[in-house]
Design a protein around this ligand. Structure first.
Ligand code: HXC
Length: 257
């Protein structure tokens, strides 16, 4: 299938998606986000894919939502266009998603990276929510995921001043998993993806779900939820295989069953 704003490839069990709208620094207009949601859903359904990598260019991951597309909009048009339905599709992807970020991840670009499960950042990465400079505010998770990731003080400063933070600051704040030299970004991100992709797919899916659950429930409900998912995994072949392989001192071979 042809893609207009993405470059899609496969590397073993890892599905790779590169945002590709370089003339506007990967600005996330509706057709791009729609295409991204479609490709992600297809990868989510494809048993060959065990982990997904989203990356951008060397200079920019994504400079945010497309300002040109929104500039003349009014509230009603924004409401009716329902662009967040596409973001909701991205949120519902079950497979682990790693973002590899170089350069700017601003506004919707930062929000997209945060919608992923892990972030590998190049030393050149900058994360920011500059919407305040446009007279608006974040709309795709920038006040929610960012606050949960970096805490109130840092999130407030980023959202109220619009000033981005460096890769180093993002790492200190717990927003990113690791920082690597730009030339190693894809290599290191792929290493992480391959490590995850070797695990049992159903366990990955439920483990992702359980970690995300921690953001919107009480500890007691979250622990109950975790236990139920844990019990459920004992009805999978991969649990039998994983534990048998340990006892037999060999590597497990997970089939996603
Ligand atoms: C549309 C954009 C764009 C954007 C850059 N461009 N960002 N077009 N939407 N978000 C276009 C520029 O207009 C320009 O087009 C070309 O890309 C190159 O950008 P420059 O500004 O010339 O590059 P540079 O000087 O290197 O500056 C890079 C930058 C700057 C710092 C990233 O482009 C910038 O500040 N961009 C806007 C960042 C932003 O405010 N993001 C938040 C958007 S709101 P021409 O035609 O002149 O070459 C948002 C809300 C999310 O994300 C809500 C949920 C979806």
């Amino acid at each position: 299938m042809d893609h207009r704003f993405l470059k899609v490839s496969w590397d073993g069990r890892v599905g790779k998606i590169r945002l590709h709208r370089p003339e506007v620094l990967n600005a996330l207009h509706t057709p791009l986000v729609e295409e991204l949601a479609e490709v992600l859903e297809r990868m989510d359904q494809n048993p060959e894919v065990r982990c997904i990598l989203i990356t951008g260019g060397d200079r920019v991951f994504a400079a945010g939502a497309d300002i040109g597309e929104m500039a003349d909009a009014d509230s009603v048009r924004m409401l009716l266009s329902d662009q967040f339905a596409q973001w909701e599709r991205i949120r519902r992807i079950h497979k682990p998603i790693v973002a590899a970020v170089a350069g700017y991840a601003l506004g919707g670009g930062c929000e997209l990276a945060m919608a992923c499960d892990m972030i590998v950042a190049a030393e050149t990465a900058h994360f920011g929510q500059p919407e305040i400079n446009l007279g608006v505010m974040p709309g795709a998770g920038g006040t929610q995921r960012l606050t949960r990731a970096v805490g109130k003080a840092r999130a407030m400063e980023m959202v109220l001043t619009g000033r981005p933070i460096s890769a180093g600051e993002a790492w200190e704040a717990g927003l990113v998993n690791r920082i690597v030299p730009l030339e190693n970004l894809e290599l290191e991100a792929m290493k992480l993806c391959r490590e995850v992709a070797a695990k049992a797919p159903i366990a990955l899916r439920l483990a992702k779900e359980a970690v995300l659950k921690a953001f919107d429930t009480t500890i007691a409900d979250g622990l109950d939820y975790e236990q139920k998912l844990f019990y459920f995994l004992f009805s999978t072949e991969d649990q039998k295989e994983g534990m048998r392989a340990f006892m037999e001192k060999r590597r497990p071979h997970f089939r996603g069953e």
